[in-house]
Design a binder for this molecule. Sequence first.
Ligand SMILES: Nc1ncnc2c1ncn2[C@@H]1O[C@H](COP(=O)(O)OP(=O)(O)OP(=O)(O)O)[C@@H](O)[C@H]1O
Length: 219
Amino acid sequence: MIVRLQDVEYAYTTESAVGPISLTINKGDFISIVGPSGSGKSTLMNLLSKNYRPTAGILEFAPGTRIIMVQQDPGLFPWRTALHNVTFGLEMQGASKFDREERARAAMDLVGLKGFENRRIHELSGGQKQRVALARALIMKPDLLLLDEPFSALDPHTRNSLGEELRTIWQETGQTILLVTHDHIEAELLAQKVVVLEDGKIKTVVDLEVESPRSARKK
Ligand SMILES: Nc1ncnc2c1ncn2[C@@H]1O[C@H](COP(=O)(O)OP(=O)(O)OP(=O)(O)O)[C@@H](O)[C@H]1O
Protein backbone atom coordinates (compact mmCIF):
# COMPACT_ATOMS: atom_id res chain seq x y z
CA MET A 1 0.00 0.00 0.00
CA ILE A 2 1.24 3.47 -0.86
CA VAL A 3 -1.84 5.52 -0.04
CA ARG A 4 -5.11 4.54 1.56
CA LEU A 5 -8.19 6.70 1.77
CA GLN A 6 -10.91 5.58 4.10
CA ASP A 7 -14.12 7.62 4.04
CA VAL A 8 -12.04 10.71 3.27
CA GLU A 9 -13.92 13.98 2.96
CA TYR A 10 -12.86 17.51 2.18
CA ALA A 11 -15.13 20.50 2.78
CA TYR A 12 -14.25 24.05 1.69
CA THR A 13 -17.43 25.31 3.32
CA THR A 14 -20.02 23.49 5.38
CA GLU A 15 -20.77 21.01 2.58
CA SER A 16 -18.30 18.33 1.50
CA ALA A 17 -16.74 19.03 -1.92
CA VAL A 18 -15.23 15.56 -1.94
CA GLY A 19 -16.19 12.37 -0.22
CA PRO A 20 -16.69 10.21 1.53
CA ILE A 21 -14.15 8.42 -0.66
CA SER A 22 -12.39 5.10 -0.01
CA LEU A 23 -9.57 4.02 -2.28
CA THR A 24 -6.23 2.23 -1.99
CA ILE A 25 -3.27 2.92 -4.25
CA ASN A 26 -0.77 0.06 -4.37
CA LYS A 27 2.77 -0.07 -5.70
CA GLY A 28 2.82 -0.33 -9.49
CA ASP A 29 -0.79 0.80 -9.97
CA PHE A 30 -1.73 3.01 -12.89
CA ILE A 31 -5.02 4.62 -11.95
CA SER A 32 -6.96 7.27 -13.85
CA ILE A 33 -9.35 9.57 -12.08
CA VAL A 34 -11.93 10.85 -14.51
CA GLY A 35 -14.88 13.15 -13.97
CA PRO A 36 -16.58 16.28 -15.24
CA SER A 37 -15.74 19.80 -14.12
CA GLY A 38 -16.52 20.28 -10.45
CA SER A 39 -16.53 16.56 -9.65
CA GLY A 40 -13.65 16.97 -7.19
CA LYS A 41 -10.57 15.94 -9.18
CA SER A 42 -8.42 18.90 -8.13
CA THR A 43 -9.52 18.63 -4.54
CA LEU A 44 -8.56 14.95 -4.52
CA MET A 45 -5.15 15.76 -6.04
CA ASN A 46 -4.59 18.37 -3.35
CA LEU A 47 -5.35 15.74 -0.72
CA LEU A 48 -3.01 13.19 -2.33
CA SER A 49 -0.20 15.72 -2.66
CA LYS A 50 -0.64 16.66 1.02
CA ASN A 51 -1.61 20.24 0.20
CA TYR A 52 -4.93 19.68 1.95
CA ARG A 53 -5.72 17.65 5.00
CA PRO A 54 -9.01 15.75 5.04
CA THR A 55 -11.79 17.35 7.04
CA ALA A 56 -13.05 13.82 7.84
CA GLY A 57 -11.90 10.22 7.39
CA ILE A 58 -8.45 8.68 7.27
CA LEU A 59 -5.80 9.45 4.67
CA GLU A 60 -2.82 7.22 5.27
CA PHE A 61 0.54 7.24 3.46
CA ALA A 62 3.08 4.44 3.75
CA PRO A 63 6.06 5.64 5.82
CA GLY A 64 8.52 7.77 3.83
CA THR A 65 6.23 8.02 0.78
CA ARG A 66 7.58 10.51 -1.74
CA ILE A 67 5.07 12.10 -4.09
CA ILE A 68 5.72 14.24 -7.14
CA MET A 69 3.06 16.03 -9.15
CA VAL A 70 3.25 17.06 -12.82
CA GLN A 71 0.70 19.66 -13.80
CA GLN A 72 -0.64 21.18 -17.01
CA ASP A 73 1.89 24.00 -16.72
CA PRO A 74 5.24 22.20 -16.86
CA GLY A 75 6.87 24.94 -14.73
CA LEU A 76 10.38 24.61 -16.18
CA PHE A 77 13.36 26.88 -15.55
CA PRO A 78 13.81 28.89 -18.78
CA TRP A 79 17.44 29.75 -18.05
CA ARG A 80 18.48 26.10 -17.90
CA THR A 81 18.84 23.59 -20.72
CA ALA A 82 16.39 20.70 -20.98
CA LEU A 83 19.01 18.37 -19.44
CA HIS A 84 19.67 20.72 -16.56
CA ASN A 85 15.97 21.02 -15.85
CA VAL A 86 15.86 17.24 -15.52
CA THR A 87 18.93 17.10 -13.25
CA PHE A 88 17.55 19.75 -10.88
CA GLY A 89 16.12 17.40 -8.23
CA LEU A 90 19.27 15.29 -8.15
CA GLU A 91 21.36 18.43 -7.74
CA MET A 92 19.27 19.31 -4.70
CA GLN A 93 19.98 15.83 -3.36
CA GLY A 94 23.72 16.35 -3.88
CA ALA A 95 24.26 13.69 -6.56
CA SER A 96 27.52 14.00 -8.50
CA LYS A 97 27.48 15.81 -11.87
CA PHE A 98 28.37 12.60 -13.70
CA ASP A 99 25.68 10.57 -11.96
CA ARG A 100 22.91 13.13 -12.38
CA GLU A 101 23.68 13.78 -16.04
CA GLU A 102 23.85 10.08 -16.82
CA ARG A 103 20.51 9.49 -15.13
CA ALA A 104 18.99 12.57 -16.79
CA ARG A 105 20.06 11.34 -20.23
CA ALA A 106 18.44 7.98 -19.51
CA ALA A 107 15.23 9.69 -18.32
CA MET A 108 15.17 11.92 -21.41
CA ASP A 109 15.66 8.87 -23.59
CA LEU A 110 12.72 7.21 -21.84
CA VAL A 111 10.38 10.11 -22.68
CA GLY A 112 11.60 10.35 -26.29
CA LEU A 113 13.83 13.41 -25.91
CA LYS A 114 17.14 11.97 -26.98
CA GLY A 115 19.06 14.68 -28.84
CA PHE A 116 17.22 17.55 -27.12
CA GLU A 117 19.43 17.64 -24.03
CA ASN A 118 21.08 20.97 -24.79
CA ARG A 119 18.01 22.82 -25.99
CA ARG A 120 16.78 25.84 -24.06
CA ILE A 121 13.19 25.64 -22.90
CA HIS A 122 11.98 28.27 -25.40
CA GLU A 123 13.36 26.07 -28.18
CA LEU A 124 10.98 23.23 -27.28
CA SER A 125 7.37 22.57 -28.34
CA GLY A 126 4.56 22.27 -25.78
CA GLY A 127 4.73 18.46 -25.95
CA GLN A 128 8.51 18.47 -25.56
CA LYS A 129 8.25 20.76 -22.52
CA GLN A 130 5.76 18.36 -20.99
CA ARG A 131 8.18 15.48 -21.68
CA VAL A 132 10.94 17.40 -19.87
CA ALA A 133 8.60 17.85 -16.90
CA LEU A 134 7.83 14.12 -16.99
CA ALA A 135 11.52 13.18 -17.17
CA ARG A 136 12.28 15.56 -14.28
CA ALA A 137 9.65 13.78 -12.19
CA LEU A 138 10.56 10.21 -13.26
CA ILE A 139 14.26 10.66 -12.50
CA MET A 140 13.36 11.11 -8.83
CA LYS A 141 11.61 7.70 -8.79
CA PRO A 142 8.75 8.94 -6.59
CA ASP A 143 6.64 6.35 -4.79
CA LEU A 144 3.63 8.02 -6.38
CA LEU A 145 3.59 10.14 -9.53
CA LEU A 146 0.55 12.41 -9.70
CA LEU A 147 -0.30 13.67 -13.17
CA ASP A 148 -2.86 16.48 -13.09
CA GLU A 149 -4.19 16.82 -16.66
CA PRO A 150 -0.62 17.09 -17.97
CA PHE A 151 -1.61 16.67 -21.61
CA SER A 152 -4.74 18.81 -21.73
CA ALA A 153 -3.09 21.85 -23.36
CA LEU A 154 -1.57 19.75 -26.16
CA ASP A 155 -2.91 19.02 -29.64
CA PRO A 156 -4.64 15.61 -30.05
CA HIS A 157 -1.74 14.00 -31.92
CA THR A 158 0.92 15.02 -29.38
CA ARG A 159 -1.45 14.08 -26.61
CA ASN A 160 -1.91 10.58 -28.00
CA SER A 161 1.77 9.94 -28.51
CA LEU A 162 2.66 11.19 -25.02
CA GLY A 163 -0.10 9.03 -23.63
CA GLU A 164 1.28 5.95 -25.40
CA GLU A 165 4.76 6.72 -24.11
CA LEU A 166 3.47 7.10 -20.59
CA ARG A 167 1.89 3.69 -20.87
CA THR A 168 5.19 2.20 -22.11
CA ILE A 169 7.08 3.91 -19.29
CA TRP A 170 4.69 2.39 -16.79
CA GLN A 171 5.09 -1.05 -18.39
CA GLU A 172 8.86 -0.77 -18.28
CA THR A 173 9.47 0.87 -14.92
CA GLY A 174 6.47 -0.11 -12.82
CA GLN A 175 6.22 3.52 -11.66
CA THR A 176 3.04 4.02 -9.62
CA ILE A 177 0.94 6.60 -11.47
CA LEU A 178 -2.28 8.42 -10.74
CA LEU A 179 -3.53 10.41 -13.71
CA VAL A 180 -6.33 12.94 -13.52
CA THR A 181 -8.16 13.64 -16.74
CA HIS A 182 -11.59 14.70 -17.91
CA ASP A 183 -11.16 12.52 -21.01
CA HIS A 184 -12.78 9.09 -20.56
CA ILE A 185 -11.08 7.64 -23.63
CA GLU A 186 -7.63 8.72 -22.46
CA ALA A 187 -8.38 7.34 -18.99
CA GLU A 188 -9.35 3.93 -20.37
CA LEU A 189 -6.58 3.72 -22.93
CA LEU A 190 -3.82 4.41 -20.46
CA ALA A 191 -4.69 3.13 -17.03
CA GLN A 192 -5.21 -0.21 -15.42
CA LYS A 193 -8.03 1.08 -13.29
CA VAL A 194 -10.41 3.97 -13.97
CA VAL A 195 -12.09 5.71 -11.05
CA VAL A 196 -15.08 7.77 -12.16
CA LEU A 197 -15.87 10.74 -9.94
CA GLU A 198 -19.21 12.48 -9.79
CA ASP A 199 -20.23 15.14 -7.30
CA GLY A 200 -17.17 14.41 -5.19
CA LYS A 201 -17.90 10.71 -4.86
CA ILE A 202 -16.70 7.59 -6.63
CA LYS A 203 -19.44 6.65 -9.06
CA THR A 204 -17.76 3.56 -10.53
CA VAL A 205 -14.40 1.81 -10.61
CA VAL A 206 -13.51 0.05 -13.86
CA ASP A 207 -10.76 -2.55 -13.72
CA LEU A 208 -9.25 -2.97 -17.16
CA GLU A 209 -7.57 -6.11 -18.41
CA VAL A 210 -4.02 -4.96 -19.04
CA GLU A 211 -0.62 -6.49 -18.79
CA SER A 212 1.06 -5.51 -15.55
CA PRO A 213 4.46 -3.81 -15.62
CA ARG A 214 7.44 -5.93 -16.62
CA SER A 215 9.14 -5.24 -13.29
CA ALA A 216 6.13 -6.61 -11.40
CA ARG A 217 5.93 -9.69 -13.63
CA LYS A 218 9.52 -10.63 -12.86
CA LYS A 219 8.73 -11.05 -9.17
N1 LIG B 1 -11.65 27.17 -2.94
C1 LIG B 1 -12.88 26.66 -2.99
N2 LIG B 1 -13.85 27.13 -2.17
C2 LIG B 1 -15.09 26.60 -2.20
N3 LIG B 1 -15.48 25.60 -3.00
C3 LIG B 1 -14.56 25.10 -3.84
C4 LIG B 1 -13.22 25.60 -3.88
N4 LIG B 1 -12.53 24.89 -4.82
C5 LIG B 1 -13.40 23.99 -5.32
N5 LIG B 1 -14.62 24.12 -4.76
C6 LIG B 1 -15.80 23.29 -5.04
O1 LIG B 1 -15.46 21.93 -4.81
C7 LIG B 1 -16.05 21.08 -5.79
C8 LIG B 1 -14.95 20.25 -6.47
O2 LIG B 1 -14.10 21.15 -7.20
P1 LIG B 1 -12.75 20.67 -7.91
O3 LIG B 1 -12.03 21.89 -8.33
O4 LIG B 1 -12.06 19.70 -7.04
O5 LIG B 1 -13.35 19.91 -9.20
P2 LIG B 1 -12.62 19.44 -10.54
O6 LIG B 1 -13.20 18.12 -10.86
O7 LIG B 1 -11.16 19.53 -10.35
O8 LIG B 1 -13.08 20.52 -11.60
P3 LIG B 1 -12.31 21.06 -12.93
O9 LIG B 1 -12.26 19.89 -13.89
O10 LIG B 1 -13.22 22.13 -13.41
O11 LIG B 1 -10.97 21.56 -12.50
C9 LIG B 1 -16.81 21.98 -6.74
O12 LIG B 1 -18.18 21.96 -6.38
C10 LIG B 1 -16.21 23.35 -6.49
O13 LIG B 1 -17.15 24.35 -6.72
